[in-house]
Design a protein around this ligand. Structure first.
Ligand SMILES: [Fe+2]
Length: 589
């Protein structure tokens, strides 16, 4: 905490002494160089500030990561990618370790099967190793931290990635995943009535918990959503960006990235992350670039993953703009917050889908997810009879990229008037690629509303925000897949997500789905009572993790999915369906 306050103090001091207009606006447009962005080459503000350093979370392990975990069956092989920073490496040791959620202590050695020279689609390095290991049979079904140790230059080196490997007995043909979006840690918009930002309401103030010194009270809306997601225990979760705010002061990424990274580790399921505009601004372009922070905390901006043979997903960056377009002019205002995908990324998506088609079984679900929805193109939805709109697109087409200050300013004005959705290039092209490769699903955020549109055989879903500004409520969207078909994705019609708060009421703070443990759930008790409240209008099936002293136990309700002994602890996992608007109690002794 002290560290956090120190950071904020330094930022506030700097913020006060450096005029907001300093920075990008002083640089003539002619300095835009050949590199992407060209406005300064500094990774982050911290290079300039003594006594604060960024602690990169992505180091030697570049796959699997917290943001792109691997889901594997027992006995399957896993190929880990290691960037040895140019050094020759040998003497590999790979382990799975319990996550921050587990009261178990056992670690599992993964035998190394082979080591070869590798490559990465996102990380430039002169030396990448592909280290293939096997998941042992005795590893319980859980999410794990990965630890890799190797020798380079005569020294042992260890790197870790939390929550990066999920082990399964078996991939389920019928599976579930959840979509949440726009968590906006650090956002000041949570405090009052969303239609009148000048108001502050006591309930919302509490739920926002803006930088409360007690981490348990910060961003309660997100903490509550995560608790519900953990109860639902989906096979995986996708989060489509705007994880933080990034639009208050030019240096806030320093603390918001850190806070977001910590907060998302409260999820006890594999999570896949892509950036939104708020995570990717180059707010003060010479000092802080969100794109660089993303790489250091989460790694790739686009990637694909499989849920066994049953699903292939691509996460892509729909805020794929030149650094100049992503920059504010040294102020909190930004010219572009709409979507775009540039040619290089589009080609990668196309190639990935084509590669996947070669081996895909017929009932594989294919999904893409990003922050912006390519169906909603500004050129199509902004009113064509507005002379400013006509002028804007004319100038935009003539100058394209980079644009002049006048065009950017007009774009910002129109964006505020009509809002920016998919603002830039390649929306139609991307949709064509999706259609050509039999994509079923396209998942998005950005607008903070629920919407479902089916077009040309593709289901486009937009999900409301986790931030308190979400409409009609704060919520997440659960998807159910059965026999190769998406069978459910709405909590209720039309296209509604599951509300995080009872009846969507953020003021009350009451969760829609909640569990309470009578004793601490830490492996020191010999009995436990868990009460589950389902305040939703639909039955909910939840997974309850129970840690006890090792022994044999009877469970009063539900189905025991796992019963694992580890050291002197017993882990019992109970699955139970709680009918709509009711409470269930599980007793275990
Ligand atoms: Fe957002």
């Amino acid at each position: 905490m002290n560290h956090l306050f120190k950071i904020i103090a330094v930022i506030l001091t700097t913020f006060m002494v450096v005029p907001l207009s300093a920075g990008a606006s002083e640089g003539p447009i002619s300095i835009i160089g050949k590199q992407d962005g060209g406005i300064g080459n500094t990774t982050n503000y911290l290079d300039e500030v003594p006594n604060i350093s960024v602690d990169p979370k992505v180091n030697d392990i570049i796959y699997p990561l917290f943001s792109t975990p691997a889901i594997k069956e027992k006995n399957q092989s896993l190929t880990i990618k290691i960037d040895s920073q140019g050094k020759e490496a040998a003497g590999w040791a790979v382990k799975l370790k319990p996550t921050n959620h587990s009261a178990l202590t056992e670690t599992y050695e993964l035998p190394v099967q082979k080591v070869t020279e590798g490559s990465s689609h996102w990380k430039n390095s002169s030396k990448i190793y592909d280290v293939t290991v096997q998941i042992p049979k005795n590893v319980p079904e859980e999410l794990y931290d990965l630890e890799v140790t190797y020798t380079a230059n005569g020294q042992r080196k260890t790197d870790q990635q939390p929550h990066s490997v999920k082990v399964l007995d078996k991939f389920n043909k019928d599976f579930t995943f959840l979509h949440l979006t726009d968590t906006h840690i650090g956002s000041p918009r949570n405090l009052g009535n969303q239609d009148d930002p000048s108001t502050v309401s006591p309930g919302r103030l509490k739920e926002a918990g803006m930088w409360d010194p007690d981490p348990k009270k910060r961003w309660l809306y997100l903490q509550k959503a995560i608790k519900e997601v953990n109860l639902k225990n989906p096979d995986f979760v996708v989060v489509t960006g705007d994880l933080m705010y990034g639009q208050m002061n030019p240096q806030e990424y320093i603390y918001e990235y850190d806070e977001t990274y910590e907060m998302l580790q409260k999820l006890d399921v594999p999570v896949y992350l892509v950036p939104g505009n708020h995570d990717y601004y180059a707010q003060d372009a010479t000092l802080a670039d969100g794109a660089k922070y993303w790489e250091q905390y989460f790694g790739p901006q686009y990637f694909s993953f499989d849920y066994g043979p049953y699903a292939h997903f691509i996460g892509y960056n729909s805020f794929d703009w030149h650094k100049f377009d992503r920059s504010g002019h040294g102020t909190v205002s930004v010219p572009t917050w709409g979507g775009q995908i540039r040619q290089e990324q589009l080609e990668w998506v196309k190639k990935d889908l084509e590669e996947n088609e070669k081996t895909a079984q017929p009932d594989q679900i294919k999904g893409l997810f990003s922050h912006h929805n390519p169906l909603w193109r500004d050129r199509d939805i902004w009113p064509q009879d507005d002379p400013d709109v006509q002028k804007y697109w004319k100038q935009y087409d003539e100058q394209h990229n980079p644009q002049s200050i006048e065009t950017l300013t007009l774009g910002e004005k129109l964006g505020i008037q009509y809002d920016q959705q998919w603002h830039g290039e390649n929306a139609h092209e991307l949709i064509d690629v999706m259609k050509q490769n039999n994509v079923n699903l396209s998942l998005h955020g950005h607008t903070h509303i629920d919407d479902v549109t089916e077009k040309d055989g593709i289901l486009y879903t937009t999900t409301t925000a986790i931030e308190l500004s979400g409409k009609p409520w704060v919520g997440f969207r659960p998807f159910q897949v059965k026999n190769g078909n998406v069978t459910s994705y709405n909590y209720e019609e039309p296209g509604r997500s599951v509300p995080v708060y009872e009846n969507g009421d953020t003021e009350s703070g009451v969760m829609s789905l909640e569990s309470e443990y009578k004793n601490p759930n830490d492996g020191h008790s010999t009995q436990q009572t868990v009460t589950i409240h389902n305040r939703l209008n639909k039955a909910m099936t939840v997974t309850i993790p129970i840690y006890l002293v090792k022994g044999d136990y009877d469970v009063s309700e539900g189905t025991v999915k796992q019963n694992v002994r580890s050291g002197d602890r017993q882990y019992v996992e109970v699955v139970i369906t709680v009918p709509a608007n009711s409470t269930k109690e599980i007793e275990i002794k």
